[in-house]
Design a binder for this molecule. Structure first.
Ligand SMILES: *Cc1c(COP(=O)(O)O)cnc(C)c1O
Length: 407
């Protein structure tokens, strides 16, 4: 049935889960005189650390700020390089560039879309000499010291942290976990964000929980935590006076207004994650026979950040036309992710081009993010699924033409 109602219907790509309790929590802070660096900051950090099992939690103004401080607190700089993935949101790589650290991209696995640890191992063993003295691997292209691995738990699926941990240990590397999409995800080794030296979460409104804008750094290392606290607050050393700045810092603070929202959201995070899992299950049941639906590896717990389907490989050329048709029908959708190495800024600065990371490019060419959030209604899910299915069946029954130019 395609009546007027359907033609004017819109289904947003994502949306926050805000309750009256959240609103009240925010308003209550506004009734106090402590809008920043007040009790809600400490409470949010303590409760977040308890939820994840981390020793230290440091709240910051965004996930990007958190990643920047992770790089900064580990002391990475212009002679250093970090192994990471080209299939991610751009912040996971930009955070290196802020400190003139070079990203060394390694291609992804086709199933989980996460960095391919077998390729990381091959790169470290086969292509990198080790620096005399330190034993650190040297990037063959630039001679820079490789100091860390920055895995991203893409779309909430945890990376193989056991393999990454072993390589880090053997090669003397630090681990920065970009867990911005993976709150609540876990592996047999523990929760995402607590499996490296430092882990980072983000609370932008499309994430599993939100503070409007915001982020959180987790670490088990007291010194890294103290450095992050200092960097986020203008380089102040907490032991000294308010105007005693002992290092170059930033204003990456998270206000008590944001923290109050975070505390209120965190209180029902398990319910939020459960609702998201149900939405994903409905989509998979509705779409599993026509497109590739997300795969979760045995032993891993995925936290649902977005719902991504992949067109069959031979239909890759149709993806953008399908996105346009969904958009025309009021369905919020997107091409998560365009590869980082093919962003114009990265092409210009580093000379990246197509063909360098074939798995990433193939995946990025055929994936579609569908409307997804914790309050997606059954009605919306079935409208989106039905529309996508009809659209694909119409195209594919018409034959092998993949130009999308049917009239
Ligand atoms: C959202 C996100 C970030 C950055 O978070 P912001 O809070 O938007 O700065 C970093 N990395 C990944 C993989 C993300 O999805």
């Amino acid at each position: 049935m395609t009546g007027i109602a359907d033609m004017t219907r819109t289904v947003p790509l994502s949306g926050p889960d805000i309750t009256e309790a959240d609103i009240l929590a925010v308003v209550n802070v506004l009734r106090t005189s402590k809008l920043s660096l007040g009790p809600k900051l400490e409470e949010f950090e303590e409760k977040f650390a308890a939820y994840t099992g981390a020793r230290y939690a440091v709240a910051v103004s965004s996930g990007t700020a958190g990643l920047h401080l992770a790089v900064k607190s580990l002391g990475l700089g212009e002679n250093d390089a970090v192994i990471t993935t080209p299939f991610s949101f751009i912040a996971s790589s930009n955070c290196l560039l802020y400190e003139n650290v070079l990203p060394v991209f390694i291609d992804i696995e086709a199933q989980t879309f996460n960095i391919d640890t077998a390729k990381v191992e091959e790169f470290l063993r086969r292509q990198c000499r080790r620096e005399p003295g330190t034993g650190l691997p040297l990037d063959p292209a630039t001679g820079r010291r490789i100091r860390a691995i920055l895995p991203v738990h893409v779309f909430g699926h945890p990376c193989d942290m056991t393999a990454i941990g072993k390589l880090a240990e053997e090669f003397g590397l630090s681990i920065i976990e970009d867990a911005c999409e993976a709150l609540g995800a876990s592996t047999p080794g523990g929760k995402a964000g607590t499996l490296g030296d430092i882990g980072v979460f983000a609370f932008y409104p499309n994430k599993q929980m939100t503070t409007g804008e915001g982020g959180m750094i987790l670490t088990g290392d007291a010194e890294l935590a103290a450095l992050c606290r200092s960097f986020r607050n203008q380089g102040r050393d907490t032991r000294n006076g308010w105007l005693d700045h002992c290092r170059l810092g930033y204003n990456y603070r998270l206000s008590d207004i944001n923290c109050a929202l975070g505390i209120s959201q965190l209180e029902r995070i398990n319910h939020i994650l459960w609702k998201r899992e149900k939405v994903a299950e409905y989509y998979t049941a509705a779409l599993g026979d026509i497109v590739e639906t997300p795969v979760t590896m045995p032993g891993s717990r995925r936290s649902w950040f977005v719902y991504i389907v992949a067109l069959p490989a031979e239909r890759e050329g149709e993806r953008d036309a399908i996105l346009a048709e969904l958009t025309r029908r009021g369905i919020g959708c997107n091409n998560y992710f365009p590869p980082i190495h093919l962003q114009s800024f990265y092409r210009t600065r580093f000379g990246y081009h197509e063909g360098m990371f074939p798995v990433t490019e193939a995946v990025a060419g055929r994936t579609i993010a569908l409307p997804f959030h914790s309050n997606s209604s059954l009605d919306d899910i079935s409208y989106v699924s039905r529309t996508l299915k009809e659209l694909l069946q119409d195209r594919w029954n018409a034959g092998p033409d993949s130009t999308g130019n049917r009239t």
